[in-house]
Write a protein that binds this ligand. Structure first.
Ligand SMILES: Nc1ncnc2c1ncn2[C@@H]1O[C@H](COP(=O)(O)OP(=O)(O)OP(=O)(O)O)[C@@H](O)[C@H]1O
Ligand SMILES: [Mg+2]
Length: 368
C-alpha cells in the first residue's frame, strides 16, 4: 500500500514537474536581459557623451538627441528581449523534440510495445542517440521473437519424447503391454533425447552467460593436440557406425580457449555423424592460411538449400526433413559454435556445400 502510494506520488511529481525547456529559456533570457541592459546603457552614455563634446551641437539639440535615443532604446530593448525569448524557446523546443519522441518510445517499450523507428536528425549527438535507441529496439524485437520461437520449438521438441514415454508407461500401467527389452530400450532412447536437449540448452545458456559478461581466457596452445584430443572421443561411435575418419591437421600455435574450441569441434563432429548420409569418409583438416588457422570438417549428407545454409547458425534453426524430425535436436549446436568462434575468438564460421557434401569452416585468427 505504502509502496503503491510512493510510486503514485513519484508519477504525479514527474507529471507536474517543469519541462527542462523552461529553466533553460529563463536562464538564457536572464543572461540576455542583463547583457542588453548593460550594452544599452553603454551605448546611451557613450553616444550622449560624444554628442555633448561636438562644438556645433547646442544644449537644446543635445537634450532632444538624448530623449530620442532613450525612447529608441526603450522601444527596441523590450522588443529585442521578447523576440530573443520567443526565438530561444522555439529553437530549444525543436532541439528537444527528439528527446520527447525518445521518452514516448521508451514508454512504449516499457509497456511491451515496439515503437516505429525514430528518424535521423541533423545534430550528431542526437543522431547517435536515436540510432542507438533504434538498434536497441530492433535487438529487443529480435530477442523477443527468438524467445517465442524458442518456447514454441522447445515445447514441440520436448512434447514428442515425453508423449512417447508417457504413452508406453500408461500402456504398461494398464496392462495393455508388458515391458520387455525393446520397450525399455525405446524408453531409454527417448529419455536420452530429453537429456541431450536439456544439456544443449544448458550449454547455450552457459556460453551466452560467458559471452555477455567476459572474454574467455585464451592461451597459446598447440592446436594439433587439442583437436586430436577431441577427435579421439568419437573413435568408438565412428567404429560402431562404420564411418571412416580422415585427418590432416597441421601443427600450429594458436591463441585459444581450449574448452571452447573443443566444444565447437565436438558439436561439428556430432553433426557430421548425425547427418551423415553416404559412404565417403568424414574428413577433418587443419591448416594455416595467411592470418588465420583454418579448421574444416566435411561429411557426406542430404542436400541443403540456400536458405538452410544461410540460417544454420541461427539459434533453434533445424532443417525441416522427416529424418530430422525423427532424430530430434535443439538446433543449438551450430549457434554455440558461432558464439564460441565469432564472439569469443573474433574468428569466422561458415559452410560450403555441394549437392551432397558439406564442409563447415572455422577460422581462428593468428595473433602473430
Ligand atoms: N554436418 C551436417 N550435415 C548436414 N546437415 C547438417 C550438418 N550440420 C548441421 N546440419 C543441419 O543443420 C541443422 C542445425 O544444426 P545444429 O547442430 O545447430 O542443431 P541440431 O543438430 O538440430 O541440434 P543440436 O542442438 O542437438 O545440435 C540440423 O538440424 C541439420 O539439419
Ligand atoms: Mg547438432
Amino acid at each position: 500500500m505504502f509502496l503503491k502510494k510512493l510510486i503514485k506520488a513519484k508519477k504525479d511529481r514527474a507529471k507536474h514537474s517543469l519541462s527542462i525547456i523552461i529553466p533553460i529559456t529563463l536562464l538564457n533570457s536572464g543572461i540576455l536581459i542583463i547583457f542588453l541592459l548593460i550594452s544599452s546603457y553603454l551605448i546611451y552614455s557613450t553616444a550622449c557623451f560624444l554628442v555633448a563634446r561636438l562644438p556645433t551641437v547646442q544644449e537644446e539639440k543635445q537634450m532632444i538627441f538624448n530623449d530620442q535615443l532613450a525612447l529608441f532604446l526603450f522601444i527596441l530593448l523590450p522588443s529585442t528581449i521578447l523576440t530573443g525569448i520567443v526565438l530561444h524557446y522555439w529553437v530549444t523546443k525543436k532541439m528537444f523534440k527528439p528527446f520527447h519522441e525518445l521518452i514516448e518510445h521508451t514508454q512504449a517499450l516499457k509497456e511491451g510495445r515496439f515503437p516505429p523507428e525514430i528518424r535521423a536528425r541533423s545534430y550528431r549527438e542526437i543522431n547517435q542517440l536515436t540510432h542507438t535507441f533504434n538498434d536497441l529496439t530492433e535487438r529487443l524485437k529480435y530477442n523477443e521473437k527468438s524467445r517465442d520461437q524458442m518456447l514454441t520449438n522447445m515445447a514441440h521438441d520436448l512434447r514428442t519424447p515425453l508423449s512417447n514415454i508417457n504413452g508406453y508407461l500408461e500402456a504398461m500401467k494398464d496392462g495393455v503391454i508388458k515391458g520387455d527389452k525393446d520397450i525399455f530400450s525405446s524408453l531409454h532412447k527417448e529419455s536420452d533425447r530429453l537429456i541431450h536437449m536439456i544439456n544443449q540448452l544448458q550449454e547455450m545458456s552457459k556460453w551466452n552467460e560467458i559471452t555477455s559478461h567476459t572474454l574467455l581466457e585464451k592461451y597459446n596452445l598447440e592446436i594439433q593436440s587439442v583437436l586430436h584430443e577431441s577427435l579421439s572421443l568419437f573413435e568408438l561411435t565412428l567404429k560402431n557406425k562404420k564411418i571412416s575418419l580422415l585427418t590432416e591437421i597441421d601443427p600450429c600455435t594458436v591463441s585459444i580457449n581450449k574448452e571452447g574450441i573443443q566444444q565447437a569441434l565436438t558439436n561439428l563432429m556430432q553433426n557430421a555423424i548425425q547427418y551423415y548420409e553416404g559412404t565417403s569418409p568424414i574428413s577433418v583438416k587443419g591448416e594455416k592460411c595467411g592470418g588465420y588457422y583454418q579448421i574444416s570438417i566435411t561429411n557426406p549428407g542430404l542436400p541443403l538449400t540456400e536458405k538452410d545454409q544461410v540460417s544454420l547458425f541461427e539459434r533453434f534453426y533445424r532443417v525441416d526433413t522427416a529424418r530430422n524430425q525423427k532424430t530430434g535436436g535443439t538446433g543449438l549446436g551450430l549457434a554455440i559454435v558461432k558464439e564460441i568462434v565469432v564472439t569469443q575468438h573474433k574468428g569466422e564460421v561458415f559452410i560450403e556445400s555441394t549437392n551432397n557434401h558439406h564442409t563447415f569452416f572455422l577460422h581462428l585468427p593468428l595473433n602473430h
